[in-house]
Ligand binder design. Sequence first.
Ligand SMILES: [Zn+2]
Length: 270
Amino acid sequence: MINYTERIALLMQDIVERTPRLSFIDLKEVLVFARFGRTEAEGAFATCHCMTIPESEPGYYYWRDRATGELTRRSEWFITKSPEVRVGLTRVKYLISFVLPRFCDQSLERSRKSALYPGAAPWLAKLDTIVHELYHIDPDESGIRRVARADGTNSPRSHGPMFYEDVAEMVTRYLASNPSPALYDFLKHDFDTLNAKEGGVVSTTFSNFPSFPQRYMQAVDMPMPDAAVKVERLKPLTQPVRYTEDDLHIRQFTDSSTRRLTRKGRYCAA
Ligand SMILES: [Zn+2]
């Protein structure tokens, strides 16, 4: 069976070594994992999740009466925090998730990206997505790369007009640097072909699959500004706030489901 996320992590290592604009990335601090998503369904192919965004200022939710506009309820005060993910002694700063089997079936033919790769092989859409997610990693370590507007201020959107062009340029240069085809050949196959050829597709997932480490709300004890209004408690946490390598599972993905495999050997970080 092919370990898809491990293969992506190995390919990423070669990409950052050969791409000056990505060479600041320490892949020991980046963890690649898989989520499930059908090919026919709408949705992302991959996502870059930053685990180092600082906790938020305290805040609360409130509800008003529609007719009178009067405050009717508040939540208790809370802050939002990122969970801690550690592999061995290393704190993971970014998670990059790939949605399987959807990612494997991505093709330039059905994509807006095709204009950036005239005449290129359809599977290049997948290499483009891998470089795209790496490019979201911020060299200033402030979270997700900020995108400068033409006037030099920061845009709240994380994809500026040049983002896609920059990615295409990095992909093209990477391939022109003659990397070993053994590193990227697996991207040439769609999910069914790869599954048949390799006898199965497995990937790293988290123990709380289909969930994964995500921002959470933690209640903080602070006085309520208006004591007369009813205060709603936050829902108790249902997901872990700390993850280690023991929370990494190997799951087999099919076109319609996943199942956990018993782990053999230790998790190998990128
Ligand atoms: Zn993006």
